[in-house]
Design a protein around this ligand. Structure first.
Ligand SMILES: C[S@@+](CC[C@H](N)C(=O)[O-])C[C@H]1O[C@@H](n2cnc3c(N)ncnc32)[C@H](O)[C@@H]1O
Length: 190
């Protein structure tokens, strides 16, 4: 069995518990955005920037494009993307946690955006049709998956030929960590 599949249920439970337990974070990812951009969103959005970078400058979004955000959290990138693909474009954010999806929907309503929707789903099993997206974005989420190759396969499946993938995420050099750490579910999830 590859390490990608070891402990997958345990890892997902730990990840879910960690993010479900968040209460009013203070914007750990806020510095990756310019202030003017965040000012376009409801004030609460800034505190829910949980990412590790900003995939949007790399995504090169254009009006009319269809975008999917994997592990969207409270939806900051999805909402910013929804503004960039107007008119005619649409963004779908997916997240493991119903709480995050509700938060993202609420921020979307407050932002007055009608071209974005949020779904509770696993990024390893997207409820989206083949070739249905022009761009897939993700920020700080794929590293949390116990099935990363499955996530990438799903991104490839929903992207149309010639579509684009823009990811901000964490990586590790496996050889720099002892095996008991790298294979430990809570270290992985953390
Ligand atoms: C570090 S947060 C990043 C959230 C958001 N992208 C941002 O930049 O603020 C990671 C998010 O990924 C979600 N997540 C973790 N594993 C997931 C999975 N297998 N499928 C979908 N979402 C997942 C978590 O619930 C959490 O909201």
């Amino acid at each position: 069995m590859t390490r990608d599949l070891m402990f997958k249920d345990e890892i997902q439970q730990l990840v879910a518990a960690a993010y479900r337990g968040l209460d009013e974070p203070d914007g750990p990812g806020m510095d990756f955005y310019d202030g003017e951009q965040l000012a376009e969103l409801p004030r609460a959005a800034s505190s829910w920037t949980l990412g590790v970078g900003n995939p949007l400058p790399h995504a090169g979004l254009r009006p009319g494009e269809r975008v999917v955000d994997l592990g969207c959290g409270a939806g900051v990138d999805a909402l910013l993307a929804a503004r960039q693909v107007r008119p005619g474009g649409h963004v779908t954010g997916v997240d493991l946690l119903a709480e995050m999806v509700e938060r993202a929907r609420s921020l979307g309503r407050q932002a007055g955006l009608d071209n974005v929707d949020f779904r509770r789903a696993e990024m390893e099993d997207l409820p989206l049709a083949d070739d249905s997206a022009d761009v897939v974005i993700s920020n700080g989420s794929i590293n949390l998956s116990a099935r990363k190759s499955r996530v990438l396969a799903e991104a490839f499946r929903v992207l149309r030929p010639g579509g684009r993938l823009a990811v901000a995420d964490l990586t590790i050099r496996e050889e720099e960590l002892p095996p008991e750490v790298i294979g430990h579910p809570s270290a992985w999830a953390g």
